[in-house]
Ligand binder design. Structure first.
Ligand code: G3H
Length: 539
């Protein structure tokens, strides 16, 4: 273990009392409105945090267990969702939007009560800092509030009848069917709920499988899910993805597949569906967002944004800046300042004040990152920053690699961790060609001040990526902005409003606008004879 990092992990007694965790053995899972108890095998929840024992050795904390359900339980969850949807005639899909909103509001109120428990589990399960864990929880609540507002807007806009080319019509959004929602370990709450809540509120029924890590943190909300929705509307299962989710896809009964993870994982699961044309997929996948730092960039801004862009949550964000192209004219100054800024990031435990770097939750991750660094070194790069690449168990100190070229794995492989490849460039075309030829197409960040140069980059990139950031890091937020990607980076667009669209389809009731038909429409509306054909809207 690195000398420098030998004190990174605390003694148990040194962990502030309010942040200690109690072992949580979870056996419950949610099917058809019932919390079932699993008496089969359990999966240990291993924290990225190690603690010093009295003997002076380090022990990785096991903070609980979760059920290792099998395909049989997963299929029961699916049956419950299928029955609750009832081919579109179930209580939930047929329910008035206003009532569905009331259910979601009830859930949100209960969810808010779990904040401190969930935040603590975010820290212990995935090593996210206290500040970022709180932010993730609050941002998720805000997302739900904004979603409710967007549903009301949608409802208001579709409450009117339209007249076009001699036709009268009402167009409303209706659910798609049974949705399978799966989130990623880096945002196990926020990213998962950013598909789960829109899916529910639009009238779909759901089978939800929590991420690989960040699983226990759903436990405090299980009762809230159970009590807030009609039976079968939301079903929550646990276990190995291949066994549980694979079985679900093979039935062909999943109508919507909402998945945030790798494109490999998404492809494997999609292929299992026997009727791919019936499956709508909403995918948030891999990315390798580059920053391009131009010779006239404000280096204070560029360095600070590239630091947060590449290292917040240790670089474990799909939107992270994963490769920096820096112009040769300013590369020396940039690297000096960048390395100084890396040095200022405080390594420590998630609850430590001002912590900037924390342990990594994925087993084997530090070995993987070491492999990337070695490969880059073999092809001519050096680690530039002090202590760069040092490892202590699950902790990997950031490594700034320079000069990086196309022979290195780091040039094209998504590292999803604290390794920062820096590529020197001279001609604009070098940076442009990197983006054009990349397998990924999520975002790019350009740092510079010359409007003409920036305009050239914007025009070169607008058909390549989903978002072009100027003098700012890549990111998903604000959550009202469209969040998507091209190539291997995404399928579909998410945002507060877009998510409502992707989990629904428009149905039209149309008729020729002659007196007799108008009379029928007027009677249905006046007497409130139909739930769909109606000009009522939610205030
Ligand atoms: O991991 C991918 C997330 O959607 C990134 O969200 O840019 O707000 O960190 P963020």
């Amino acid at each position: 273990m690195s000398e420098f990092l030998s004190v990174i992990f605390p003694e148990e007694s040194a962990i502030p009392k309010q942040h200690t965790t109690t072992y949580l053995e979870q056996r419950e899972y949610l099917i058809n409105g019932e919390l079932k108890t699993w008496d089969g095998p359990l999966n240990p929840v291993v924290s990225p945090v190690y603690v010093k024992t009295t003997g002076g050795t380090l022990e990785q904390k096991i903070i609980g267990k979760t059920p290792l359900l099998t395909a049989a339980e997963a299929l029961k969850a699916l049956d419950a969702a299928v029955n609750a949807y009832q081919l579109g005639h179930g209580v939930w899909p047929a329910m008035a939007v206003g009532e569905r909103i009331a259910h979601v509001e009830k859930f949100l109120a209960r969810m808010r009560e779990t904040r401190s428990e969930v935040v603590k589990l975010l820290m212990w399960e995935i090593g996210k800092s206290l500040k970022d864990s709180e932010k993730e929880f609050d941002r998720t609540c805000d997302y739900i509030v904004d979603t409710i507002k967007a549903v009301k807007d949608l409802d208001r806009n579709s409450a009117k009848l339209v007249e076009e080319q001699g036709f009268m019509a009402q167009i409303r959004r209706v659910p798609l069917g049974v949705a399978l929602c799966m989130g990623p370990f880096n945002y196990p709450l926020n990213e998962t709920f950013s598909t789960l809540i829109p899916a529910l509120i639009m009238g779909n029924t759901v089978v939800f499988k929590p991420a690989k890590y960040g699983v226990l943190l759903i436990r405090p909300m299980l009762e809230a899910f159970r009590d807030s929705f009609p039976p079968g509307v939301i079903n929550i299962i646990y276990g190995k993805g291949r066994e549980t989710v694979g079985a679900l896809m093979e039935t062909g009964k999943i109508d919507v597949f909402a998945f945030i993870g790798t494109h490999k994982g998404a492809n494997e699961l999609k292929k299992l569906h026997p009727k791919p044309h019936r499956l709508k997929a909403i995918l948030g996948l891999d990315a390798k967002n580059p920053a391009i730092v131009l010779p006239d960039a404000d280096l204070t801004v560029a360095v600070s944004e590239c630091i947060t862009g590449s290292l917040s949550f240790n670089g474990q964000r799909c939107t992270a800046l994963k490769i920096l192209f820096v112009h040769k004219k300013i590369i020396n100054e940039f690297l000096i300042r960048f390395n100084e800024a890396v040095k200022k990031l405080k390594p420590g435990m998630p609850w430590d004040d001002g912590v900037g770097l924390t342990p990594l939750p994925e087993p084997g991750k530090t070995e993987y990152l070491k492999g990337l660094v070695e490969d880059a070194k073999q092809h001519g790069a050096r680690v530039l920053n002090e202590n760069g690449g040092q490892v202590a168990y699950s902790f990997f100190y950031p490594a700034v690699l320079f000069p990086v070229n196309e022979k290195m794995r780091l040039y094209s492989e998504e590292q999803f961790g604290p390794v920062i490849p820096v590529v020197p460039f001279e001609k604009e075309e070098e940076a442009i060609q990197y983006v054009v030829n990349s397998n990924f197409g999520q975002q790019v960040s350009i740092f510079g001040n010359n409007s003409k140069t920036i305009a050239r980059f914007i025009d070169a990139f607008n058909n390549q990526v989903g978002r072009i950031n100027l003098n700012t890091q890549s990111q998903r937020g604000p959550d009202t902005f469209p969040f998507n990607g091209r190539k291997d980076s995404a399928e579909g667009t998410l945002s507060v409003a877009d998510a409502l669209r992707v989990f629904s389809i428009r149905t039209v009731v149309a008729t020729k606008a002659v007196d007799a038909n108008k009379q029928i429409l007027a009677t249905i509306i006046k007497n409130r004879e139909s739930a769909f054909l109606s000009t009522d809207y939610i205030m």
